[in-house]
Design a protein around this ligand. Structure first.
Ligand SMILES: *[C@@H]1O[C@H](CO)[C@@H](O)[C@H](O)[C@H]1NC(C)=O
Ligand SMILES: *[C@@H]1O[C@H](CO)[C@@H](O)[C@H](O)[C@H]1NC(C)=O
Ligand SMILES: *[C@@H]1O[C@H](CO)[C@@H](O)[C@H](O)[C@H]1NC(C)=O
Length: 433
């Protein structure tokens, strides 16, 4: 069955695009992040048989996936504490064990949030590095919990291969389709594995009547039809795909060619960070930045955080990026070149640029606005966070950076009667060096 879905409205198109970005990296100042880490660490501590509990050291990475249920994918580091497993204490009641004989750990966990308060661990892998002896890996998977997995997981490959074959075997479309992009994937561990996958497919130039199966010679057609499929598969313990169901919507390629300028003139839209147009806008931005600031050294673009464009009698780009000081001085170099290396330690800037281009007049109007980021913090940026102690943001040169320092777990809350201040400050400055 061929379903043609036509997208009429700009708003609907934009809404459906935004729905696709369900996973985002988030800051560690989210209270739920702490609850998710707490659940993961308790899960680990509850499963160790002997020795001491592990205590949070810092959270290094957090992704949040919002769908019918919210999931946190976390990476965090732990240090061995001074309370035995059987002590009846929770890890928050323990201090770090003396550094020389303490074990360290790094865990990756997926934690689901239910009914807005319950956090349950779906999967967790911890690498424990003892003071002496080999690294130990501990793995936990909740049976029956559905949880998101990486869209790049190699376990998806056989399922996707089967899915594309299934589509091509059953479609009435004249051409074969190839896999576009995997958008979401989830897994449930049962006796075997259940997978749910959402991905796009693209029309190739191979006619179905000429080719039985998709081959590497089949090239995707630009302007061809595209589709989105949501499949379920059960893979049995022998790794066979024992049951499979598929639901695909095909959109006619004609409807989707350059939808933004056609359907929604004037709407800003996100552009890919590798687009050639953006490269030009970035060159103008950094040239402007170097011309405007009075630093001795040239700055270069380090990372582009986001970019969007708007069609308005020309094209306007909105770009957010960070720039770093290079070793090329303005005195010895007439311009910034590829070979200019980032200076370390060096200044960093967080910038917003607007570049308005009117190609027919060969005119470019860049404006740029940057804030200075803390130099030493960027040398060593501590991720992770403290749920218990508020550490103020660090101010410098008018730019405020939030939460860079508050990302470390700094031990348990002070006992009544002890003075927390000097100790915690000593601790945090030591860690920041
Ligand atoms: C978070 O997402 C990024 C980008 O998709 C990925 O590279 C990273 O491994 C993810 N981190 C965790 C802890 O899942
Ligand atoms: C698709 O058809 C080919 C050729 O008939 C067959 O070998 C293959 O197993 C089929 N694949 C699926 C997933 O149905
Ligand atoms: C750079 O120096 C010039 C002249 O001294 C001054 O007008 C300008 O505001 C300075 N720019 C910045 C970014 O400090």
């Amino acid at each position: 069955m061929k379903l043609i879905t036509i997208l009429f409205l700009c708003s609907r198109l934009l809404a459906s695009l935004s729905q696709e970005s369900v996973t985002e990296e988030i800051d560690c100042d989210d209270e739920d992040v702490f609850k998710a880490v707490d659940a993961a660490l308790k899960n680990y501590n509850n499963r160790i048989q002997s020795g001491n509990q592990f205590v949070l050291y810092r959270v290094t990475e957090v992704n949040k996936t919002v769908g019918s249920e919210t999931f946190y994918s976390l990476k965090y580091q732990t240090k061995e504490g001074d309370c035995p497993v059987q002590s009846g204490k929770t890890w928050q009641d323990c201090d770090y064990k003396g550094a020389e004989e303490a074990a360290r750990g790094e865990c990756t966990a997926t934690v689901g949030k239910r009914e807005s308060t319950k956090f349950s661990v779906a999967t967790q892998i911890c690498q424990i590095i003892p003071a002496k002896g080999p690294v130990v890996t501990a793995q936990y998977t909740c049976l029956g919990c559905v949880h998101p997995i990486s869209t790049e997981s190699p376990d998806l490959e056989p399922v996707l291969k089967h899915a594309i074959q299934h589509f091509n075997n059953n479609t009435k479309h004249s051409h074969l389709f190839a896999l576009g992009e995997v958008k979401r994937a989830q897994r449930q561990v049962v006796a075997g594995w259940n997978y749910g996958i959402t991905y796009s497919i693209v029309q190739t130039d191979c006619l179905k009547k000429d080719f039985l199966l998709l081959t590497p010679d089949c090239k995707s057609l630009s302007g061809g039809d595209v589709g989105e499929c949501t499949d379920s598969a059960y893979v049995d313990p022998q790794l066979r795909i024992a049951s499979f169901s598929q639901n695909c919507n095909i959109h006619s390629g004609k409807d989707l060619v350059k939808p933004h300028p056609k359907i929604c003139p004037g709407c800003p839209f996100e552009i890919p960070l590798d687009s050639p147009d953006l490269a030009e806008a970035l060159t103008h931005s950094i040239t402007k930045l170097n011309a405007e600031n009075n630093e001795t050294f040239y700055f270069k673009i380090d990372t582009v955080k986001s970019a969007s464009a708007q069609v308005v009698a020309g094209k306007k780009f909105f770009i957010e990026f960070t720039a770093r000081e290079t070793t090329c001085s303005k005195e010895d170099n007439t311009e910034l070149t590829e070979s200019c290396e980032i200076k370390n330690p060096g200044q960093s800037l967080s910038c917003n640029a607007e570049v308005y281009m009117r190609p027919w007049e060969q005119k470019v109007y860049p404006t740029i606005n940057c804030q200075v980021l803390e130099m030493t913090l960027l040398k060593k940026r501590p991720p992770g966070f403290s749920p218990f102690r508020e550490v103020p943001g660090v101010k410098k040169g008018g730019g405020t950076i939030r939460h860079l320092m508050s990302c470390e777990y700094m031990g348990r809350p002070p006992k009544t009667g002890t003075e927390p201040k000097p100790e915690s400050e000593a601790e945090s400055s030591r860690l920041a060096q």
